[in-house]
Design a protein around this ligand. Structure first.
Ligand code: AMP
Length: 127
């Protein structure tokens, strides 16, 4: 089934400037901003500016330029926040929730960058 992009989702509205956000970094194709309900001392969302619903949609439909820019922006944010283990920093976790089982709330592809404390094991046992 092809993806249908909901143009009224909250991140589409942020990209149109209809809702404010705390921007950390903006490039031609990508926006990085602070999550409104942080789950860790650092909680940044990185989104492509294009209308992609999930990571697999982005991987299939985005241009090489968009994909490269998105990936590099994540790296730049990690550098800006001082998270890179290669620099002796304490590290971070990337999370992408997709669809129902991934418990994705906002249907615009986004990467969570979480850091600033030990984040615990990756998954808790399901209820
Ligand atoms: P997900 O469950 O992966 O779809 O995550 C959606 C994330 O978007 C959650 O962590 C929310 O706290 C975050 N969020 C929702 N609305 C906003 C907003 N207006 N500004 C920043 N983050 C938001």
């Amino acid at each position: 089934m092809p993806y249908t992009y909901d143009t009224q989702n909250v991140f589409a509205r942020i990209l149109r400037g209809e809702i404010p956000n705390k921007t950390l970094l903006e490039t031609d194709h990508t926006l990085a901003f602070h999550d409104i309900t942080p789950q860790a001392p650092h909680h940044v969302l990185v989104i492509p500016k294009g209308p992609y619903v999930t990571q697999d949609h982005f991987a299939e439909a985005a241009s090489d330029a968009e994909i490269v820019d998105f990936t590099r922006t994540i790296g730049k944010v990690c550098k800006m926040l001082g998270l890179r283990p290669g620099d002796g920093d304490d590290g971070y976790r990337l999370i992408v929730n997709s669809g129902r089982d991934g418990v994705q709330e906002v249907p615009h592809f986004h990467m969570h960058i979480l850091a600033g404390r030990v984040l615990g094991r990756m998954l808790q046992k399901a209820d």
